[in-house]
Write a protein that binds this ligand. Sequence first.
Ligand code: ADE
Length: 239
Amino acid sequence: LCRSFAALTIFPEMFDAFWATGMVRRAIQGTYIEGKAVDLRMFAEGVHKTTDDKPYGGGCGMVMKPEPLMRGIRHLREEIPGAPVVIMSPQGKPFTQAVAESLSRERGMILVCGRYEGMDERVCMQADMEVSIGDYVLTGGELPAMVVMDAVTRLIPGVLGGDESAEKESFSEGLIECAHYTRPPEYEGEQVPEVLLSGHHKAIESWRLESSLKRTFLKRPDLMVDRNFTREERVLLHK
Ligand code: ADE
């Protein structure tokens, strides 16, 4: 079941390297996803193909006109029936792994990339969702749209190989990842924890959970506050 992603943007060329690189490229080659960036100017009128205008009520900056955006959204809604229309905006709902997981179960998504001060409110009213990738302001929604597509793509069953499966990732379980090591066993005087070389799978699993818990406490204590700890986690924390 191939997911269809479409980004509506005045800068479609920003996506060229995104489609052509890494896991996203492989997901396209394997027909797990298809993706395209659609030029908003195709839906604009006049010789200048204007997509923005001055804000009503005055003030600095420009606002994206509703007509080109709505024509583009209607066109893409027909092309990808049932796909949610997601507006990229710093005022949107915070994008999290849980949002990515829910979007990965859709048959596609239509990502609307804003520029300037934002878009006409009547467009926002027509969207299914408004999403922010963090509390900072970018010059446009193109990078956020790529962030969303990237995070969603790697969750689609089959996109990641068996042993890099996204299924048992710590973040989806509310903790950050355990520490990782590869060869050599000693580097600049620092040893790889012995248990990882032991081949004792039960002990390794337990060490990894403890590492995740410690690292979450040190780096992201906010994630610990509302956590319902499992019995195994409570045992490890009491050690
Ligand atoms: N557009 C500009 N800033 C943004 C952000 N932080 N998230 C989503 N879209 C944006």
